[in-house]
Design a protein around this ligand. Sequence first.
Ligand SMILES: Cc1cc2nc3c(=O)[nH]c(=O)nc-3n(C[C@H](O)[C@H](O)[C@H](O)COP(=O)(O)O)c2cc1C
Length: 174
Amino acid sequence: MTLPAFHCPTPLDMRRSMGRFTTGVAVVSADDGSGEPSAMTISSLTSISLEPAILLVSLTQGSRTTDAVEGSGRFAVSILSSRQEALARRFATRGGARFDGMPYDVSQSGLPLIQDALTQLECRVHTAHDIGDHRVFYGEVTDMRWRDGTGLVFYSGRFGDFLDFGHDQVPWLY
Ligand SMILES: Cc1cc2nc3c(=O)[nH]c(=O)nc-3n(C[C@H](O)[C@H](O)[C@H](O)COP(=O)(O)O)c2cc1C
């Protein structure tokens, strides 16, 4: 197949081309004290620094969750397992109280966390800045826990689950 000519990207080009970069899926949650926590599905989760422990999330400007993170200076992250595709869809659908009618865990400082997520952690906002149409938050991780399982992945607009090649040496985890 011949590659198309290089061209300046439209938003759809960005979505389609960067969609070829397989990611995990997480839910970021925050509570601005208004009585109802907010949360949204994200794939823009990146580990930035190990010591101190700092990660990055990039949230669309104008979202309730973005405003709640900004207002409270804290956010929580739940990394989803392959059994949690329905939750990923729920937290990416506009409107409605997303935690309504579902049980959830609570972090040390009271933020909602997705039950049975592979990793649950909470952060204090270290730095934030606007880039294009998103606001990027660097979070200093203050608490975390994780468990084994299979990760939910997102590729080209579709969900799947992580299948490894069966090699059992993972030196970068030690
Ligand atoms: C797999 C997946 C990953 C996403 N990643 C992000 C992300 O990193 N940042 C973001 O702002 N929106 C992301 N979205 C879109 C938001 O989840 C979606 O727009 C959501 O409705 C925004 O919340 P709001 O309706 O409260 O504004 C993602 C959606 C999906 C399905």
